[in-house]
Design a protein around this ligand. Sequence first.
Ligand SMILES: Nc1ncnc2c1ncn2[C@@H]1O[C@H](COP(=O)(O)OP(=O)(O)OP(=O)(O)O)[C@@H](O)[C@H]1O
Length: 326
Amino acid sequence: MSSEPADLLKARLPAQVLERLASLRLADGRVTLVLDASGLDAAARTALEAEAQSALAQAPDITEVRVAMTAEKATPAARPRIIAVASGKGGVGKSTVSTNLAVALARAGHKVGMVDADIYGPSQARLLGTEGLKPTAREKTLIPVQSPYGVPVLSIAHLVDAGQAIAWRGAMAGNALGQMLDGDWSGVDVLIVDLPPGTGDIQLTMLQRYKPDGAVIVSTPQDLALIDATRAIGLFDKGGVPVIGMVENMAGYACPHCGEVSDPFGHGGAEETAKSGSHAFLGRIPLDISIRRDSDAGTPPAAGDGPQAQAFAQIAAHVSAWLAAR
Ligand SMILES: Nc1ncnc2c1ncn2[C@@H]1O[C@H](COP(=O)(O)OP(=O)(O)OP(=O)(O)O)[C@@H](O)[C@H]1O
């Protein structure tokens, strides 16, 4: 039993913890604090808990300090709006567009989070410069990893060791996706979900359990990619998810040596496909080696000041206008 009664322990608490103190109990050297966490985002709650812990850990005869937060369940945060970023075909730059759209929306003042739903080929940990970081959990709720670009993120790559093969059956992949989408997204208004390519299990889980508010479709200007993109659009149409519009990626290649611009994947195909389906065309991103280089380095071009940042900002402006109109 502590030699300090509960009141003396309270006196040790800093003002910001005291004003949120709902109760303090002391038994056998264990202090249990209940704090009212209403209105606090994940980072503020973690800071509050750390302050309470450090204030009481030094008290004589205290062997354990437990901090519980109320209000998380009593007043659940409003669910952020979900924007799925999808492509019919792999390798068209869907993850790259997801990252840069998220960063550009955050720069435009939105509170944006990212879920990497590409369970078998996750790339958002690298793209958002958070490789090696691990999310914490409160109760069973995952607390997203903070990226340097103001976009909290959850990816399977944060949960399994680097290089470890992920050989999960569909149900396990669905559970992992659920854990990430049910993470602590308080303080986030818009959740970008980077989907795997195609129209498989993960897409169906999204439509059935976490129906997106809108979808952005990424394609290259190439015929084959566009046929698959049209299929992806069909899936969202069928599921009653509005298609916000299409992004044409890898459009036009400027040779870094001679400056000549060529169109290895054709030109304008995504814009035509968008128009023929009465969908909006959100913008075009060129095939640019600096995009690959910066993305691999975990420094999204949208966070910089170059021409590619402007291209992504334009796409984000369309998405922002779509959000504002709803
Ligand atoms: N506009 C671009 N210019 C240059 N490189 C690009 C561009 N867009 C994407 N890339 C590069 O192409 C590769 C594939 O991109 P990304 O991983 O974003 O595609 P994806 O469609 O998400 O692929 P997957 O199907 O594997 O999920 C990456 O190396 C990326 O850096």
